[in-house]
Ligand binder design. Sequence first.
Ligand SMILES: [Zn+2]
Length: 420
Amino acid sequence: MDRTTGFLNEELERKSWDEQRHLQAQRLGGVVAHAAANAPAIGVLLREAGVTPGDIRSLEDLARVPVTPKAKLVELQRENPPFGGLLAVPLAQVRRIFRSPGPIYDPQGFDEGWGWEEALCAAGFRRGDVCINTFGYQMTPAGMMFDDALGALGCPLVPTGVGDREVQIEILRALGVAGFVGMASFLLQIGERAKEQGLDPARDFGLKVAFTTAEPLPDTLRNSVESLFGATVRQGFGTADCGCLAYECHAKGGMHLASRAIVEIADPETGRPLGPGEVGEVVVTLFNKAYPLIRFGTGDLSAVDHGDCACGRRSPKLRGWLGRCDQLVKVKGIFLHPGTVQGALRAFPEVAAFRAVVTRAESRDVLTVKVETAAPDEGLRIRLGERLREVLSIGAEVEWAATGSLPSDGKVIEDLRKWD
Ligand SMILES: [Zn+2]
Protein backbone atom coordinates (compact mmCIF):
# COMPACT_ATOMS: atom_id res chain seq x y z
CA MET A 1 0.00 0.00 0.00
CA ASP A 2 1.31 3.43 -0.92
CA ARG A 3 1.51 5.66 2.12
CA THR A 4 3.99 8.17 0.77
CA THR A 5 1.74 10.05 -1.67
CA GLY A 6 -1.95 10.81 -1.51
CA PHE A 7 -4.12 13.76 -0.60
CA LEU A 8 -7.39 14.23 1.20
CA ASN A 9 -8.47 16.84 -1.33
CA GLU A 10 -5.94 16.71 -4.14
CA GLU A 11 -7.53 19.34 -6.36
CA LEU A 12 -7.47 21.94 -3.61
CA GLU A 13 -4.11 21.05 -2.09
CA ARG A 14 -2.38 21.20 -5.49
CA LYS A 15 -3.79 24.63 -6.35
CA SER A 16 -1.27 27.47 -6.33
CA TRP A 17 -0.98 29.20 -2.98
CA ASP A 18 -2.39 32.39 -4.51
CA GLU A 19 -5.47 30.49 -5.66
CA GLN A 20 -5.89 28.88 -2.24
CA ARG A 21 -5.61 32.30 -0.58
CA HIS A 22 -8.14 33.69 -3.02
CA LEU A 23 -10.63 30.93 -2.10
CA GLN A 24 -10.10 31.67 1.60
CA ALA A 25 -10.63 35.39 1.01
CA GLN A 26 -13.93 34.64 -0.72
CA ARG A 27 -15.22 32.86 2.38
CA LEU A 28 -13.85 35.38 4.84
CA GLY A 29 -16.39 38.16 4.38
CA GLY A 30 -19.32 35.86 5.15
CA VAL A 31 -17.64 34.50 8.28
CA VAL A 32 -16.88 37.96 9.65
CA ALA A 33 -20.40 39.23 8.87
CA HIS A 34 -22.00 36.19 10.56
CA ALA A 35 -19.75 36.53 13.62
CA ALA A 36 -20.34 40.27 13.98
CA ALA A 37 -24.11 39.81 13.74
CA ASN A 38 -24.42 36.79 16.05
CA ALA A 39 -21.51 36.83 18.53
CA PRO A 40 -21.88 40.05 20.57
CA ALA A 41 -18.23 40.01 21.73
CA ILE A 42 -16.99 40.00 18.15
CA GLY A 43 -19.37 42.84 17.27
CA VAL A 44 -17.82 44.86 20.12
CA LEU A 45 -14.28 43.92 19.08
CA LEU A 46 -14.83 45.19 15.54
CA ARG A 47 -16.63 48.36 16.64
CA GLU A 48 -13.83 49.24 19.05
CA ALA A 49 -11.31 48.77 16.25
CA GLY A 50 -13.41 51.02 13.99
CA VAL A 51 -13.94 48.22 11.48
CA THR A 52 -17.21 47.13 9.88
CA PRO A 53 -17.64 43.61 8.46
CA GLY A 54 -17.85 45.18 5.00
CA ASP A 55 -14.27 46.44 5.40
CA ILE A 56 -12.88 42.89 5.49
CA ARG A 57 -12.76 41.82 1.83
CA SER A 58 -9.26 40.45 1.46
CA LEU A 59 -6.78 38.57 3.64
CA GLU A 60 -4.79 41.82 3.87
CA ASP A 61 -7.84 43.58 5.34
CA LEU A 62 -7.83 41.05 8.18
CA ALA A 63 -4.87 42.89 9.72
CA ARG A 64 -7.30 45.66 10.68
CA VAL A 65 -8.88 43.32 13.24
CA PRO A 66 -6.89 43.26 16.49
CA VAL A 67 -5.42 39.94 17.65
CA THR A 68 -7.41 38.33 20.48
CA PRO A 69 -5.16 36.32 22.81
CA LYS A 70 -6.46 33.29 24.68
CA ALA A 71 -6.28 35.20 27.98
CA LYS A 72 -8.83 37.63 26.55
CA LEU A 73 -11.25 34.77 25.77
CA VAL A 74 -10.90 33.54 29.36
CA GLU A 75 -11.62 37.06 30.62
CA LEU A 76 -14.66 37.49 28.34
CA GLN A 77 -16.09 34.17 29.55
CA ARG A 78 -15.49 35.07 33.18
CA GLU A 79 -17.27 38.42 32.77
CA ASN A 80 -20.12 37.06 30.71
CA PRO A 81 -20.55 33.32 31.34
CA PRO A 82 -20.59 30.82 29.91
CA PHE A 83 -19.31 31.72 26.44
CA GLY A 84 -18.36 35.38 26.80
CA GLY A 85 -20.53 36.49 23.89
CA LEU A 86 -18.50 34.38 21.47
CA LEU A 87 -21.11 31.77 20.63
CA ALA A 88 -22.68 32.63 17.29
CA VAL A 89 -25.46 30.01 17.05
CA PRO A 90 -28.36 28.91 19.32
CA LEU A 91 -27.41 26.28 21.93
CA ALA A 92 -29.40 23.63 20.06
CA GLN A 93 -26.80 23.88 17.31
CA VAL A 94 -23.94 23.04 19.68
CA ARG A 95 -22.78 19.44 19.63
CA ARG A 96 -20.12 19.37 22.33
CA ILE A 97 -18.62 21.77 24.86
CA PHE A 98 -15.00 21.29 25.91
CA ARG A 99 -13.33 22.64 28.97
CA SER A 100 -9.64 23.54 28.90
CA PRO A 101 -7.50 25.04 31.66
CA GLY A 102 -8.13 28.77 32.09
CA PRO A 103 -10.90 27.76 32.46
CA ILE A 104 -12.18 28.18 28.95
CA TYR A 105 -15.26 26.57 27.41
CA ASP A 106 -15.01 25.85 23.70
CA PRO A 107 -18.32 25.02 21.99
CA GLN A 108 -18.27 22.83 18.86
CA GLY A 109 -21.00 23.11 16.26
CA PHE A 110 -22.48 20.19 14.31
CA ASP A 111 -20.54 19.35 11.17
CA GLU A 112 -17.63 21.45 12.36
CA GLY A 113 -14.52 19.40 12.92
CA TRP A 114 -10.89 20.18 13.52
CA GLY A 115 -9.56 19.11 10.17
CA TRP A 116 -6.96 16.58 11.26
CA GLU A 117 -8.02 14.18 8.48
CA GLU A 118 -6.02 16.24 5.97
CA ALA A 119 -2.94 15.79 8.19
CA LEU A 120 -3.50 12.07 8.82
CA CYS A 121 -3.90 11.42 5.11
CA ALA A 122 -0.61 13.21 4.38
CA ALA A 123 1.04 11.17 7.17
CA GLY A 124 0.05 7.93 5.40
CA PHE A 125 -3.10 6.81 7.26
CA ARG A 126 -5.37 4.92 4.87
CA ARG A 127 -8.97 3.67 4.81
CA GLY A 128 -9.29 0.42 6.74
CA ASP A 129 -6.23 0.97 8.95
CA VAL A 130 -7.07 -0.08 12.50
CA CYS A 131 -5.78 2.68 14.79
CA ILE A 132 -5.34 3.46 18.45
CA ASN A 133 -6.11 6.99 19.58
CA THR A 134 -4.14 7.59 22.75
CA PHE A 135 -5.20 11.22 23.28
CA GLY A 136 -7.48 11.88 26.25
CA TYR A 137 -11.23 11.91 25.72
CA GLN A 138 -12.18 13.84 28.83
CA MET A 139 -12.92 17.55 29.08
CA THR A 140 -10.39 18.69 26.46
CA PRO A 141 -10.93 18.08 22.75
CA ALA A 142 -7.76 16.17 21.78
CA GLY A 143 -9.31 12.70 21.88
CA MET A 144 -12.51 13.69 20.07
CA MET A 145 -10.55 15.66 17.46
CA PHE A 146 -8.73 12.57 16.27
CA ASP A 147 -11.72 10.32 16.81
CA ASP A 148 -13.65 12.43 14.30
CA ALA A 149 -10.72 12.61 11.87
CA LEU A 150 -10.03 8.86 11.88
CA GLY A 151 -13.74 8.22 11.43
CA ALA A 152 -13.84 10.58 8.45
CA LEU A 153 -10.91 8.71 6.87
CA GLY A 154 -12.54 5.32 7.36
CA CYS A 155 -10.06 4.07 9.96
CA PRO A 156 -11.58 1.83 12.66
CA LEU A 157 -10.17 3.01 15.97
CA VAL A 158 -9.78 1.93 19.55
CA PRO A 159 -10.30 4.92 21.89
CA THR A 160 -7.57 3.90 24.30
CA GLY A 161 -6.66 7.28 25.77
CA VAL A 162 -3.36 7.41 27.62
CA GLY A 163 -3.94 4.04 29.20
CA ASP A 164 -1.85 1.36 30.69
CA ARG A 165 1.07 0.40 28.43
CA GLU A 166 0.47 -3.37 28.80
CA VAL A 167 -3.08 -3.03 27.53
CA GLN A 168 -1.92 -0.85 24.62
CA ILE A 169 0.57 -3.61 23.71
CA GLU A 170 -2.15 -6.26 23.89
CA ILE A 171 -4.42 -4.18 21.61
CA LEU A 172 -1.61 -3.45 19.14
CA ARG A 173 -0.99 -7.18 18.73
CA ALA A 174 -4.56 -8.52 18.96
CA LEU A 175 -6.00 -6.14 16.35
CA GLY A 176 -3.01 -5.77 14.06
CA VAL A 177 -3.04 -2.03 14.68
CA ALA A 178 -1.56 -0.10 11.72
CA GLY A 179 -1.87 3.46 12.96
CA PHE A 180 -1.02 5.26 16.20
CA VAL A 181 -2.24 8.73 17.17
CA GLY A 182 -0.80 10.39 20.27
CA MET A 183 2.46 11.67 21.65
CA ALA A 184 5.62 10.16 20.17
CA SER A 185 7.18 9.98 23.65
CA PHE A 186 4.29 7.74 24.75
CA LEU A 187 4.71 5.47 21.73
CA LEU A 188 8.39 5.16 22.61
CA GLN A 189 7.42 4.10 26.15
CA ILE A 190 5.05 1.48 24.73
CA GLY A 191 7.83 0.14 22.50
CA GLU A 192 10.31 0.02 25.38
CA ARG A 193 7.83 -1.84 27.58
CA ALA A 194 7.25 -4.33 24.74
CA LYS A 195 10.99 -4.92 24.51
CA GLU A 196 11.11 -5.61 28.26
CA GLN A 197 8.47 -8.27 27.59
CA GLY A 198 10.81 -9.89 25.07
CA LEU A 199 8.93 -8.57 22.04
CA ASP A 200 10.42 -6.91 18.96
CA PRO A 201 8.01 -4.10 18.05
CA ALA A 202 9.18 -3.99 14.41
CA ARG A 203 8.56 -7.73 13.98
CA ASP A 204 5.71 -8.47 16.39
CA PHE A 205 3.52 -5.44 15.69
CA GLY A 206 2.06 -4.32 12.35
CA LEU A 207 2.39 -0.60 13.04
CA LYS A 208 2.92 1.39 9.84
CA VAL A 209 2.21 5.02 10.68
CA ALA A 210 2.21 7.22 13.75
CA PHE A 211 0.91 10.76 14.02
CA THR A 212 2.03 12.97 16.84
CA THR A 213 1.32 16.47 18.08
CA ALA A 214 1.16 18.47 21.33
CA GLU A 215 4.88 18.20 22.01
CA PRO A 216 8.06 19.05 20.08
CA LEU A 217 9.40 16.16 17.99
CA PRO A 218 13.20 16.26 17.94
CA ASP A 219 14.91 14.09 15.32
CA THR A 220 16.33 11.84 18.04
CA LEU A 221 12.82 10.97 19.27
CA ARG A 222 11.44 10.51 15.75
CA ASN A 223 14.34 8.28 14.74
CA SER A 224 14.09 6.13 17.88
CA VAL A 225 10.38 5.50 17.36
CA GLU A 226 10.71 4.90 13.61
CA SER A 227 13.50 2.36 14.00
CA LEU A 228 11.93 0.65 17.02
CA PHE A 229 8.60 0.04 15.23
CA GLY A 230 9.69 0.13 11.60
CA ALA A 231 6.96 2.75 11.13
CA THR A 232 6.75 6.28 9.76
CA VAL A 233 6.28 9.10 12.27
CA ARG A 234 4.84 12.43 11.15
CA GLN A 235 3.74 15.42 13.20
CA GLY A 236 1.17 18.17 13.09
CA PHE A 237 0.66 21.53 14.73
CA GLY A 238 -2.62 22.75 16.18
CA THR A 239 -4.31 23.98 19.33
CA ALA A 240 -7.27 22.92 21.45
CA ASP A 241 -9.26 25.94 20.31
CA CYS A 242 -8.36 25.79 16.62
CA GLY A 243 -7.68 22.15 15.68
CA CYS A 244 -5.29 21.33 12.84
CA LEU A 245 -3.26 24.25 11.53
CA ALA A 246 -0.28 22.57 9.83
CA TYR A 247 1.17 19.12 9.23
CA GLU A 248 4.12 17.28 7.75
CA CYS A 249 3.91 15.42 4.47
CA HIS A 250 6.12 12.48 3.58
CA ALA A 251 8.91 14.89 2.53
CA LYS A 252 9.03 16.55 6.00
CA GLY A 253 11.05 19.79 6.17
CA GLY A 254 8.32 21.78 7.94
CA MET A 255 4.54 21.53 8.17
CA HIS A 256 2.22 22.50 5.31
CA LEU A 257 -0.43 25.01 6.34
CA ALA A 258 -3.81 23.27 6.51
CA SER A 259 -6.40 24.40 3.97
CA ARG A 260 -9.12 24.82 6.59
CA ALA A 261 -7.86 27.93 8.42
CA ILE A 262 -6.19 31.26 7.76
CA VAL A 263 -2.85 31.16 9.53
CA GLU A 264 -0.82 34.36 9.84
CA ILE A 265 2.49 35.06 11.53
CA ALA A 266 2.15 38.37 13.33
CA ASP A 267 4.35 40.74 15.32
CA PRO A 268 3.59 39.75 18.94
CA GLU A 269 3.48 43.40 20.00
CA THR A 270 1.56 45.12 17.22
CA GLY A 271 -0.34 42.27 15.53
CA ARG A 272 1.06 43.38 12.16
CA PRO A 273 1.45 40.43 9.75
CA LEU A 274 5.07 39.46 9.15
CA GLY A 275 6.72 38.25 5.97
CA PRO A 276 8.08 34.84 4.94
CA GLY A 277 10.76 33.52 7.30
CA GLU A 278 10.09 36.06 10.05
CA VAL A 279 9.42 34.66 13.51
CA GLY A 280 6.23 35.81 15.21
CA GLU A 281 2.98 34.72 16.83
CA VAL A 282 0.77 32.18 15.08
CA VAL A 283 -2.56 33.98 14.58
CA VAL A 284 -5.58 32.02 13.37
CA THR A 285 -8.89 32.77 11.72
CA LEU A 286 -11.34 29.87 11.44
CA PHE A 287 -14.36 29.49 9.20
CA ASN A 288 -16.49 28.10 12.04
CA LYS A 289 -20.08 29.21 12.37
CA ALA A 290 -20.74 28.17 15.97
CA TYR A 291 -17.60 29.55 17.55
CA PRO A 292 -15.94 31.88 15.10
CA LEU A 293 -12.40 32.85 16.00
CA ILE A 294 -11.10 35.85 14.08
CA ARG A 295 -7.40 36.59 14.48
CA PHE A 296 -7.05 34.40 17.54
CA GLY A 297 -3.57 34.73 19.05
CA THR A 298 -2.31 31.25 19.93
CA GLY A 299 0.65 32.58 21.93
CA ASP A 300 2.88 30.15 20.01
CA LEU A 301 5.83 31.33 17.96
CA SER A 302 6.68 30.10 14.50
CA ALA A 303 7.59 31.23 10.98
CA VAL A 304 6.32 30.32 7.53
CA ASP A 305 8.68 29.29 4.72
CA HIS A 306 7.66 29.35 1.06
CA GLY A 307 9.08 27.00 -1.55
CA ASP A 308 8.25 23.92 -3.60
CA CYS A 309 7.69 20.55 -1.96
CA ALA A 310 8.23 17.15 -3.55
CA CYS A 311 4.78 16.02 -2.38
CA GLY A 312 2.98 18.43 -4.72
CA ARG A 313 1.20 20.41 -2.01
CA ARG A 314 1.47 24.12 -2.69
CA SER A 315 0.84 25.58 0.75
CA PRO A 316 3.91 27.02 2.50
CA LYS A 317 5.36 25.32 5.54
CA LEU A 318 5.19 26.30 9.17
CA ARG A 319 8.60 25.88 10.75
CA GLY A 320 7.20 24.12 13.80
CA TRP A 321 6.87 25.33 17.34
CA LEU A 322 9.54 27.87 18.21
CA GLY A 323 8.40 28.75 21.75
CA ARG A 324 5.83 30.88 23.53
CA CYS A 325 5.33 34.61 23.03
CA ASP A 326 5.41 35.33 26.76
CA GLN A 327 9.03 34.15 26.85
CA LEU A 328 10.07 36.80 24.33
CA VAL A 329 12.35 39.63 25.31
CA LYS A 330 12.77 42.57 22.94
CA VAL A 331 16.39 43.67 22.72
CA LYS A 332 17.61 46.45 20.40
CA GLY A 333 14.23 46.21 18.65
CA ILE A 334 14.57 42.49 17.95
CA PHE A 335 12.58 39.74 19.65
CA LEU A 336 14.82 37.29 21.43
CA HIS A 337 13.60 33.88 22.46
CA PRO A 338 15.33 31.51 24.91
CA GLY A 339 15.20 28.74 22.30
CA THR A 340 17.06 30.87 19.75
CA VAL A 341 19.87 31.62 22.21
CA GLN A 342 20.07 27.92 23.16
CA GLY A 343 20.10 26.98 19.49
CA ALA A 344 22.96 29.39 18.78
CA LEU A 345 25.16 27.89 21.50
CA ARG A 346 24.28 24.24 20.95
CA ALA A 347 27.12 23.90 18.43
CA PHE A 348 29.71 24.67 21.15
CA PRO A 349 30.35 21.63 23.36
CA GLU A 350 32.95 23.71 25.27
CA VAL A 351 30.12 25.81 26.73
CA ALA A 352 29.19 24.22 30.06
CA ALA A 353 26.56 26.79 31.07
CA PHE A 354 25.38 30.19 29.92
CA ARG A 355 22.97 33.01 30.65
CA ALA A 356 22.00 35.95 28.48
CA VAL A 357 21.62 39.16 30.47
CA VAL A 358 19.97 42.30 29.11
CA THR A 359 20.91 45.64 30.66
CA ARG A 360 20.68 49.26 29.59
CA ALA A 361 23.53 51.74 29.38
CA GLU A 362 23.21 55.29 28.03
CA SER A 363 19.66 54.58 26.82
CA ARG A 364 20.81 51.60 24.79
CA ASP A 365 20.20 47.90 25.26
CA VAL A 366 23.22 45.76 26.03
CA LEU A 367 23.11 42.00 25.59
CA THR A 368 25.77 40.10 27.51
CA VAL A 369 26.07 36.35 27.26
CA LYS A 370 27.85 34.97 30.31
CA VAL A 371 29.53 31.68 29.60
CA GLU A 372 31.05 29.01 31.84
CA THR A 373 33.74 27.00 30.10
CA ALA A 374 36.80 24.99 31.06
CA ALA A 375 38.74 26.55 28.17
CA PRO A 376 38.20 30.30 28.07
CA ASP A 377 40.30 31.78 25.28
CA GLU A 378 40.04 34.69 22.90
CA GLY A 379 39.45 32.47 19.86
CA LEU A 380 36.39 30.89 21.45
CA ARG A 381 35.11 34.29 22.55
CA ILE A 382 35.31 35.58 18.98
CA ARG A 383 33.63 32.51 17.52
CA LEU A 384 30.82 32.68 20.10
CA GLY A 385 30.32 36.38 19.36
CA GLU A 386 30.14 35.74 15.62
CA ARG A 387 27.71 32.87 16.03
CA LEU A 388 25.42 34.88 18.32
CA ARG A 389 25.38 37.84 15.93
CA GLU A 390 24.56 35.54 13.02
CA VAL A 391 21.69 33.73 14.76
CA LEU A 392 20.23 36.54 16.87
CA SER A 393 20.73 39.34 14.30
CA ILE A 394 22.12 41.58 17.07
CA GLY A 395 25.54 41.87 18.66
CA ALA A 396 26.24 40.35 22.05
CA GLU A 397 29.16 40.73 24.47
CA VAL A 398 30.59 37.37 25.54
CA GLU A 399 31.81 37.35 29.13
CA TRP A 400 33.45 34.44 30.97
CA ALA A 401 31.85 33.34 34.22
CA ALA A 402 33.52 31.27 36.96
CA THR A 403 32.58 27.60 36.95
CA GLY A 404 29.39 27.03 38.94
CA SER A 405 28.69 30.76 39.32
CA LEU A 406 25.66 30.97 37.01
CA PRO A 407 22.36 30.19 38.71
CA SER A 408 20.77 26.92 37.57
CA ASP A 409 17.16 28.15 37.65
CA GLY A 410 16.44 27.21 34.05
CA LYS A 411 16.31 30.85 32.99
CA VAL A 412 18.08 31.54 29.69
CA ILE A 413 17.48 35.27 29.33
CA GLU A 414 17.51 37.62 32.30
CA ASP A 415 16.13 41.10 31.74
CA LEU A 416 17.69 43.56 34.21
CA ARG A 417 16.56 46.72 32.45
CA LYS A 418 14.81 49.41 34.48
CA TRP A 419 12.36 51.56 32.59
CA ASP A 420 11.47 54.32 35.06
ZN1 LIG B 1 5.03 18.40 1.11
